[in-house]
Design a protein around this ligand. Structure first.
Ligand code: ATP
Ligand code: MN
Length: 282
């Protein structure tokens, strides 16, 4: 893999270079790729490191390099080519193009109109204690479980937790989003002092926003094991439910500790996520 400017700092003042980013992704590939491969994927690219201007990119270009593929998807008017990768080679090509974050769709490129996962993104307002975020994640899990759906948690690498639900790709985006909205509104309705289900900033004060809007066609969420372009090089981390209580924030893992975790892991913390067969309830 050709890497230009390998010694350029990506995280200023933290001694983390482009080569370190590439080595990180190579080291965690076994755990990263199942969640990322074969999905339309948006990139966050930071050509001057995270201290410079970063930009989101969803459209494919040949200049992205080998192993970076195009999938043609319908748009409002016409269609366009979106990015996807199949393997770590594609990811490393994107790192060469200064991509740091990878945000896949909740659908695979071969059936882009049939979501195969939901994401409930828990976004705490400033000042909400972490244990409240943990409690919210478990409440989402329990409500999903009551609806017959198993879920798995992921620290966002930022402020919150994503509760993720694998689905058989049967229903369309409309039903997926309606279901996610209903869960979020039920929680906010029952505990209006703790949760909000609408995006309004005003209502969020002191509460946790249960963002169900991630579940519409074309929306994305960061994949597990992905480095965030934020100070400290935090990582979005998939967890087992019984690990969640030992975390202290959404940015609990960083590039160094995530790499150690990847090397130590015996089984995927999301064991079952890729095997379970479940559908949205009627
Ligand atoms: P946090 O815990 O801090 O909320 P997060 O991963 O949940 O982290 P963000 O990184 O703020 O949330 O991303 C918000 C949403 O917007 C995600 O769905 C992400 O895929 C998407 N996104 C992020 N940056 C952009 C951008 N520049 N353009 C379009 N979509 C973006
Ligand atoms: Mn979030």
């Amino acid at each position: 893999m050709r890497l230009t400017s390998p010694d350029r700092e990506v995280y200023p003042g933290e001694g983390i270079t482009k080569r370190h980013v590439a080595e990180y992704y190579e080291a965690v590939a076994e755990w990263l790729m199942p969640e990322l491969a074969e999905r339309p994927t948006s990139l966050l690219r930071c050509p001057d490191g995270i201290g410079g201007d970063c930009f989101f990119q969803k459209k494919h270009a040949d200049s992205l390099g080998p192993g970076v593929h195009a999938v043609c998807l319908d748009e409002r008017d016409g269609e366009d080519e979106y990015i996807y990768v199949r393997d770590i080679e594609g990811v490393l090509s994107l790192v060469q193009m200064n991509a740091i974050e990878f945000h896949p769709w909740g659908a695979r490129r071969r059936s882009p109109e049939k979501p195969d996962r939901l994401v409930f993104d828990l976004d705490p307002a400033d000042g909400v204690p972490w244990k409240e975020v943990l409690r919210a994640a478990r409440e989402v899990r329990d409500r999903l479980s009551a609806a017959g759906l198993e879920s798995w948690p992921r620290l966002s690498g930022g402020k919150g937790i994503h509760v993720c639900v694998p689905l058989e790709p049967r229903a369309g985006w409309g039903r997926a989003k309606d279901f996610a909205e209903a869960v979020a509104r039920a929680m906010a309705g029952d505990s209006p002092d703790r949760y909000v289900a609408s995006a309004s900033k005003e209502l969020r004060r002191g509460r946790i926003f249960i963002d169900w809007l991630r579940n519409g066609r074309g929306n994305t969420s960061v994949a597990g094991w992905v480095l965030r372009a934020r100070p400290g090089a935090p990582v979005a981390m998939p967890l087992r439910w019984d690990e969640l209580g030992r975390t202290r924030s959404g940015g609990h893992w960083d590039i160094h500790s995530a790499r150690r975790r990847a090397a130590r892991l015996r089984s995927d913390p999301w064991e079952g996520f890729f095997q379970v067969r479940q559908r949205l309830p009627r």
